[in-house]
Write a protein that binds this ligand. Structure first.
Ligand code: ADP
Length: 426
């Protein structure tokens, strides 16, 4: 056994109010007092508290004095630590000695001191609690902020992922669209190439028909004349000569068209612009128009609403008007009609038109009208032509600063027109 064991047993007995036993073990503990100064003080205090209970006041006083002695000899010992207990001891001794007034005062001081130290301890605890609370709040706040930051980081990551996915999707869609377009373009190019090939075949077939027909007529009638057919029939001979002349003119027109086209493509057509009266051009062409119209018994009228002049190349306007009129006859019904006329437009231009009562143009074929070598109805054997007339008209009109257009109704007729600025003459 040692100091601590004896002290512990003494403490137990004192709590069981067995003061004699407690005092006995205190005495045993104090045998080892020099091993631990603090425990010596505690043992002395316990003894000083217990001894008055069993009437051993003197011994309690001795213990109490010994406590003061130890504290005085050891300045390192914090006296305040023992003060409360000592007050209690002093009160008990005073009580046991019959000094009730003093005992009462000491007990009072003891309780005050105890309460104060309790309050100090409590306030320390409260302070510690507050510090802990603030610390925990701080930690909580930091955690909350960290959580928020984590969430916002996750949100940013999500946005980034969505953004990246959208970009990838857009790229994929773009690639698909581009592939589709490329395929579409390829199909279109193939179609264009096929159309061009078809046009070329039709053009060659047409050309050979257009050239051969008048050429055969020229050769056939010339050979007949050479062989003396109709030598004594002047009328027949004149008719043959007329056919030869007409066929020659047709060939000439055809070659002129082709030459015009190649000149246009080389940009070599020259225009001699001057004030021209379209009615004058029309009248001048009547000898050519009449026999053509007669072939299909087509009648024509002239609208003379505007007889002003326009600034154009005379020969080129002539070419355009004649082309409109030959088409108005070619693509007309038998016994049909056409009207030639000029009207002034709102913007001080003159519209020169040829309006026929012909077959009209189907809507889906309209886009072919002004392209070279394209005929709306290439299979048509009733009409001659190689699909160059309107294309040349459009080019010539544009080059002279004019506009070209048409209006058509299937089965009812078509109006082709050109517009040029009117020239005021003094
Ligand atoms: P071509 O008469 O030599 O074929 P054009 O360029 O003059 O060439 O005409 C192109 C096509 O437009 C013609 O083949 C014809 O189908 C159509 N066309 C032109 N004028 C008329 C018209 N007045 N009425 C109906 N169709 C027309």
């Amino acid at each position: 056994m040692n100091l601590y064991s004896y002290y512990g047993i003494a403490m137990n007995y004192s709590q069981l109010n067995e003061y004699e036993k407690s005092a006995e073990y205190i005495e045993k503990a104090l045998v080892y007092a020099d091993t631990d100064m603090i425990f010596e003080i505690w043992s002395l205090q316990l003894g000083a508290l217990v001894l008055p209970e069993i009437g051993e006041v003197d011994k309690a006083v001795l213990y109490r004095e010994r406590i003061d002695q130890i504290i005085n000899q050891n300045p390192s010992i914090e006296e305040a630590f023992w003060v409360n207990m000592n007050l209690e001891i002093d009160a008990k001794i005073a009580f046991a000695q019959g000094k009730y007034q003093e005992a009462y005062q000491l007990l009072y001081d003891y309780h005050i001191a105890k309460t104060r130290s309790l309050m100090n301890a409590t306030s320390n605890d409260v302070q510690t609690l507050q510090t802990n609370f603030e610390a925990s709040m701080q930690i909580e706040r930091i955690q909350r902020e960290a959580n928020l930051e984590k969430q916002s980081l996750q949100f940013q990551q999500m946005i980034l992922i969505i953004f990246a996915i959208s970009i990838i999707l857009m790229l994929v869609i773009l690639v698909l669209i581009m592939q589709r377009r490329a395929a579409q373009k390829l199909r279109e190019s193939k179609q264009i190439a096929e159309d061009a090939n078809q046009s070329k075949t039709e053009f060659l077939a047409n050309m050979s028909h257009e050239i051969r027909t008048p050429l055969n007529a020229v050769i056939g009638y010339a050979e007949a004349l050479e062989m003396g057919v109709g030598a004594d029939d002047k009328e027949k001979r004149n008719e043959s000569l007329k056919i030869i002349a007409d066929s020659g003119r047709k060939l000439n027109n055809l070659i002129s068209d082709i030459l015009d086209l190649s000149k246009m493509e080389a940009g070599k057509i020259e225009f001699n612009l001057e004030p021209v009266c379209p009615h004058h051009i029309f009248s001048k062409n009547i000898p050519i128009i009449k026999p053509l119209a007669k072939q299909k018994n087509i009648s024509f009228t002239v609208n003379e609403e505007c007889k002003k002049k326009v600034l154009v190349d005379k020969n080129r306007l002539d070419q355009i008007i004649l082309n409109f009129i030959t088409n108005a006859i070619k693509y007309n019904k038998d016994n049909g009609s056409f009207e030639f006329g000029c009207v002034e437009t709102n913007n001080h231009h003159m519209r020169i038109y040829v309006k026929d009562s012909g077959i009209g143009i189907p809507q889906d074929k309209e886009k072919l009208l002004f392209t070279a070598f394209d005929r709306v109805d290439p299979s048509s054997i009733t009409s001659t032509g190689i699909g160059l007339g309107l294309f040349i008209c459009k080019k010539l009109t544009g080059s002279m600063g004019g506009k070209i257009g048409y209006k058509t109704e299937l089965g009812t007729g078509t109006t082709f027109w050109v517009e040029f600025p009117i020239v005021e003459e003094n």
